[in-house]
Design a protein around this ligand. Structure first.
Ligand SMILES: C[S@@+](CC[C@H](N)C(=O)[O-])C[C@H]1O[C@@H](n2cnc3c(N)ncnc32)[C@H](O)[C@@H]1O
Length: 232
């Protein structure tokens, strides 16, 4: 899409994700969560040796690198050159010849080759305001084959607006103290001020409008959502 009203995805990527020093410490800060439940969700939906997986907002490649030994092709897509540089280096070091890195965003990635069997995206869709999330989800549906699976994880709010203060205060109270080992109170506050996490009750109709059936949805702390969806 090359319209004058098109959002600049790089400008919305989160400045820290473009900073090589932040990227170098990213996995430690993330705590590098276990990809096993995500890979299991893929397997349950038929993703195997011949499958193509697209990892959107792949970052340093937590899911890409874990999935690559089990599937045919992984396309790791990210707007950040710094993230992709580290991911490329890691894929090469691990001898994963089936990983392709593409610098693009949710709204600009053009999928080439057979339709994807699975799309993964974790903690990246919230970089886009809701209007753009809806367009991004529709683009994701288009690059998947019918029956293909979307595994979506993000900071998504599972509470009504009048509970926001209590839930979010509680969340911030449990933030990490050491910024090198986790997201701090200030990181979470900045997320709330400058990024676009949305409510569950807004996101789910967007998934449905894009043509997805929600198969599972689970939440931690009413803040961290994980969805498995299938394209009808
Ligand atoms: C918090 S990181 C998550 C990385 C990885 N998915 C993970 O779970 O470790 C968010 C990633 O999304 C990327 N990103 C931000 N906006 C994006 C967009 N519009 N399209 C694609 N990637 C984007 C950032 O560059 C960053 O690598």
């Amino acid at each position: 899409m090359t319209k004058a009203w098109m959002i600049d995805e790089l400008a919305h990527a989160g400045p820290e994700h473009l900073d090589a020093a932040f990227v170098a410490g990213f996995d430690r800060k993330q705590g590098y969560p276990d990809p096993a439940p995500d890979l299991a969700a893929f397997r349950e939906h038929g993703v195997g040796r011949a499958s193509t997986v697209v990892d959107l907002g792949a970052g340093t490649g937590r899911l890409t690198l874990a999935a690559a030994p089990h599937v045919g092709r992984v396309v790791a897509v990210d707007v950040s050159p710094a993230m992709l540089a580290l991911l490329r280096e890691r894929a090469a070091k691990a001898g994963l010849a089936n990983v392709e890195c593409v610098q693009a965003g949710f709204l600009s990635y053009e999928h080439a080759g057979p339709p994807a069997d699975a799309v993964y995206t974790r903690n990246a869709l919230h970089q886009l305001p809701d209007f753009w999330k809806a367009l991004a989800l529709e683009r994701i549906a288009k690059l998947l084959r019918p029956g293909g699976v979307l595994r979506l994880r993000d900071l998504i709010f599972d509470f009504p607006p009048d509970e926001a203060e209590a839930v979010l205060d509680d969340w911030l109270d449990d933030a990490a103290a050491d910024p090198s080992r986790g997201y701090t109170r200030e990181d979470f506050a900045e997320h709330l001020r400058t990024e676009f996490s949305t409510f569950r009750w807004l996101l789910e109709p967007m998934l449905t409008a894009a043509g997805f059936t929600i198969v599972t949805a689970s939440f931690e702390r009413s803040v961290y959502g994980a969805y498995t969806c299938v394209k009808a």
